[in-house]
Design a binder for this molecule. Structure first.
Ligand SMILES: [Zn+2]
Ligand SMILES: [Zn+2]
Length: 437
């Protein structure tokens, strides 16, 4: 796809267009500020930003261990004119501001920093050979298999692009480099440390995630609920062990656990309104040692995904009811249920989505602006959206023809690197649009 061709202004402008645009300006629908040539400005910083991306990719670090990453980003930011750092207890994160030359709002941009315990299996010249040790002592390879190297470098590129036009830029950009997205506690910890408090509370917060099933050159978005509440439970089903030949002298927790798994499926199928999304998946079930021995207990682990808060609470209450009542029905001891609420669901503010989609269409052409349905995955960007309006979009990174085979969190994940240049321009354009509102 030829992006330059798509983004040129149309040669043909009907006579009524001038009056129409004037009316839109007066009504405040479009911003009066002239849009800088971001295509050319972003191009100036593309090489440098690809260098960043390659360094970050080659030097991945696990959640809350982003020490070298933090130092690299701090140095890169310090070299950008108009940047000040926001002091705070950000752990391995970083917070900075880019100050515009004109009055305007505070708009936040977030990029996450952590990598995954995955051994990279690509033939990239800058592939990671890093290794680290997990808390349980296991030695693992470390890889940016979720593309957070793209998130960080594209953020740097967009900031450089905006800094080049900062005299004309209204307002201030609040830049958040957030650790530990993969463990789900980075956003929580930064907010708890006062990230959005006082004068640092932005009007809105934006971010993107690279997307493996959207082609390079395209961008995706979802209005409203976009990611799920990532909840779950650990359950110990208790019985009374004994000889497999004489089950009537035991209370069989295996049989009871099997009933419970089916009952969880029935909660979703029979008790939740189909218009309110819910998923319960039992991913682990473990108990017993031998086929002819009835064990004392069976352990179950499950993930629960929902979108709205009412459904979230309803599913928990129903799981508690099913577990208790089924145990009681066979005379088993009360099971131990440890139900937890994790990362909350992400909500893309519909107004922000519409505003950004107009920018996407202008930059990429409407045929490259994709709308996708709500997903049941999780992203802790959602926590910022609980404080101020938020929007996380998706930038396509699949090389042409690989939209159906690429996957995040895979040792072979290999993004189309051209998405760096396009991404930094797109992010600069979206932020410029918000800063002008
Ligand atoms: Zn991930
Ligand atoms: Zn990710």
């Amino acid at each position: 796809m030829d992006l330059m061709k798509i983004s040129t202004t149309p040669r043909y402008a009907p006579r009524g267009a001038f009056l129409f645009v004037l009316m839109l300006l007066i009504s405040g629908v479009v911003s009066a500020a002239e849009i800088p040539d971001f295509e050319a400005t972003a191009k100036e910083f593309e090489k440098q930003t690809i260098k960043d991306r390659r360094w970050l990719h080659e030097n991945p670090e696990l959640s809350n261990r982003e020490i070298k990453t933090q130092a690299y980003l701090a140095k890169a930011l310090a070299e950008i004119p108009g940047i000040t750092f926001v002091e705070g207890d950000w752990g391995t994160g970083l917070v900075a501001k880019l100050h515009g030359g004109k009055p305007g709002p505070l708009v936040a941009w977030r990029a996450d920093m952590d990598a995954l315990p995955i051994t990279e299996d690509t033939d990239l010249s800058f592939r990671s050979t890093c290794r680290d040790t997990l808390r349980d002592g296991r030695a693992v390879g470390v890889m940016h298999a979720c593309g957070h190297d793209l998130h960080m470098s594209i953020a740097l590129g967009a900031i450089r692009t905006l800094a080049a036009v900062r005299e004309d830029m209204p307002g201030t950009l609040l830049i958040i480099f957030q650790p530990a997205e993969e463990t789900g506690d980075g956003a929580h910890d930064m907010l708890a440390a006062g990230l959005f408090s006082g004068e640092n509370k932005p009007r809105c917060v934006l971010a993107f995630h690279d997307h493996p099933t959207i082609a390079y050159g395209q961008v995706g978005s979802c209005s409203g609920w976009s990611t799920a509440n990532v909840d779950g439970f650990r359950l110990t089903v208790k019985g009374q062990g004994g000889h497999g030949a004489y089950p009537h002298r035991s209370i069989d927790p295996v049989s009871l656990a099997a009933k419970m798994v089916l009952a969880f499926n029935d909660i979703v199928a029979r008790e939740i309104d189909v218009n309110h999304h819910a998923v319960i998946s039992v991913g682990r079930i473990e108990g017993g040692a031998k086929g002819n021995v009835i064990p004392d207990e069976v352990r179950i682990e499950a993930t629960v995904r929902t979108h709205d808060e009412d459904t979230r609470k309803a599913v928990r209450a129903k799981v508690e009811r099913v577990v208790r009542s089924l145990a009681e029905s066979v005379g088993a001891p009360e099971p131990e249920l440890n139900y937890y609420f994790g990362t909350p669901a992400g909500y893309n503010d519909p107004e922000l989505v519409e505003q950004a989609r107009a920018v996407f269409r202008r930059v990429l052409g409407s045929e490259n602006v994709i709308t996708y349905p709500p997903g049941m995955g999780g992203e802790d960007f959602s926590r910022y959206g609980q404080v101020v309006p938020g929007f996380q979009f998706r930038i396509g990174v699949a090389p042409p023809g690989q939209e159906n085979t690429m996957s995040l969190h895979s040792p072979q994940f290999n993004a189309d690197e051209r998405s760096v240049g396009l991404g930094m321009r797109l992010v600069a354009e979206v932020l410029w649009d918000q800063l002008n509102r």
